[in-house]
Design a protein around this ligand. Structure first.
Ligand code: C2O
Ligand code: CU
Length: 464
């Protein structure tokens, strides 16, 4: 299967030539560092296969890891060297709405050759990421994402801190290029676009080296379009210390992990394997076997053989449990997709049956609406507490993500789960989340299976 040579390839040199020179940012007196969305060629597949033409930040997969200290401001000038508009979303940051990066909602898309200056505070320490938010189903799949790490003022006592960006790529083994199209109806109507090559930090064979008894902090980020990773630990003891950036009250003994698209988990692991014996992060395959996703080569031995269980990370500010007594109750039906379908839904103001929706590229609906509407799903006043029931009537799991605020699951017994910004909704399993709408602005709520988001599963709330 050869890729057609299209207009994009031809225009690449023109777009590069039209790039503006960097200029001084107004006010600050400093040039913001740039983040350039550009084409590049990266060896994703094993040696012997062709390199993959990717779209990336600064030419690497994943993009440069952005590191900041809690409370700092991050400034980056997005330079769009692609042939199509783009924008950057800073996933999980409780951010100023104008910097959230959602084209058509919080900013205009940045045209080819243009720039946009992002400048925002990072109130919370933790593991976050950034990715394109225009045509994300394609742009993220082509490689436009990177890690965003906000460091605690006092780092936990570990020997090493490793960012592990999990992803997958759907490649044509003949050409090394991405399989097109990205909006294949089969992917949109089923589980989304999953790759045929899985990897970490842009490598299918990513490895770490550690000593026996080393203590590592592993920051796992699922940057895949649709893949739900089921992970296990081998040759190490692990504790979950944070989810989606937010510290747990107490470290949680961990043997296996489910990581839905866009979710993060911070693990602290102690290497227990003897030198020369297998250790690492295992991944459950489709046939239920387990394979190494990250191999840890154990070499040498740390002097610190006895350690206490790790302490909790310091809590982030403003993370008190919401008071549910006055909460506003909302329900959102999640419908559509193969097998279940939709009787009808509104699309651009028109009531359409499933056939007609499909003709318009819409396979899913949230609260009876396919795709983003002009009016929000809910208008909330600042500080209002919301309980939102998610009623998954589809036959697929969905990774539901709220921009700008973290939420907690309200369990059946009324207790509340840890803070998250993305939660996996399982078909026919009741799921309720709650949050205080304390961040003003227009915030997207969508499925992070990006093909689902592009074909109906996107809505938004307004906080004023
Ligand atoms: Cu990481 Cu709107 O998403
Ligand atoms: Cu979905």
């Amino acid at each position: 299967m050869a890729l057609p040579l299209n207009r994009r390839a031809f225009c690449a040199s023109l777009a590069a030539a039209a790039l503006p020179r960097p200029s001084w940012a107004a006010g600050t007196g400093a040039t913001p560092e740039t983040l350039t969305a550009q084409k590049a060629s990266v060896q994703l597949a094993p040696e012997g296969y062709p390199a993959t033409p990717v779209w990336s930040y600064d030419g690497t997969i994943p993009g440069t890891t952005i590191r900041a200290r809690q409370g700092d401001r991050i400034t980056r000038r997005l330079v769009n060297a692609l042939d199509e508009p783009t924008s950057v979303h800073w996933h999980g940051i409780r951010i100023d709405n104008a910097m959230d990066g959602v084209a058509g909602l919080t900013q205009e898309a940045v045209p080819p050759g243009a720039t946009f200056d992002y400048d925002f505070a990072v109130p919370d320490a933790g593991t976050y990421w950034y990715h394109a938010h225009v045509n994300s189903m394609e742009q993220v799949a082509r490689g436009l994402s990177g890690a965003l790490i906000v460091e605690e003022p006092d780092a936990p006592d570990v020997d090493r801190d490793e960012v592990l960006m999990l992803g997958d790529w759907l490649l044509d083994p003949e050409t090394g290029g991405f399989v097109e199209p990205f909006d294949h109806p089969m992917m949109m109507s089923h589980g989304g676009r999953t790759g045929n090559l899985v990897g970490v930090n842009g490598r299918y064979d990513f490895t770490l080296t550690a000593r026996r008894h080393d203590r590592l902090r592993l920051r796992l980020i699922n940057s895949a379009n649709a893949r739900i990773f089921q992970l296990g630990l081998q040759g190490m003891n692990g504790w979950t210390v944070a989810l989606d950036g937010m510290p747990l009250d107490a470290p949680d003994d961990t043997t296996d992990i489910v990581l839905a698209p866009a979710q993060r988990v911070d693990l602290i692991v102690d290497i227990t394997a003897e030198e020369g014996t297998p250790a690492g992060l295992l991944m459950r395959m489709d046939d239920d076997s387990w394979q190494a996703l990250v191999e840890v080569t154990v070499a040498g031995q740390s002097a610190r053989t006895v350690r206490d269980a790790p302490a909790a990370l310091p809590p982030n500010p403003n993370t008190a449990l919401p008071d549910l007594t006055q909460a506003r109750n909302l329900t959102m039906a999640m419908e559509g997709g193969a097998m279940a379908g939709i009787d009808s839904a509104l699309f651009e103001g028109e009531r359409l049956d499933f056939r007609a929706l499909i003709d318009r590229g819409q396979f899913w609906a949230l609260a009876g609406q396919a795709g983003r509407t002009d009016t929000p799903f809910a208008d909330l006043s600042r500080g209002e507490v919301v309980r939102l029931k998610l009623d998954n009537r589809t036959v697929f799991p969905h990774a539901m993500h709220l921009h700008g605020m973290h939420f907690r699951q309200v369990r059946a017994d009324g207790s509340m789960g840890p803070l998250r910004d993305t939660i996996l909704s399982i078909p026919n399993e009741p799921l309720e989340i709650a949050f205080a709408a304390d961040n003003p602005g227009k915030w997207l709520f969508h499925c992070h299976m990006l093909a689902h988001a592009a074909s109906g599963m996107t809505t938004w709330i307004n906080v004023t």
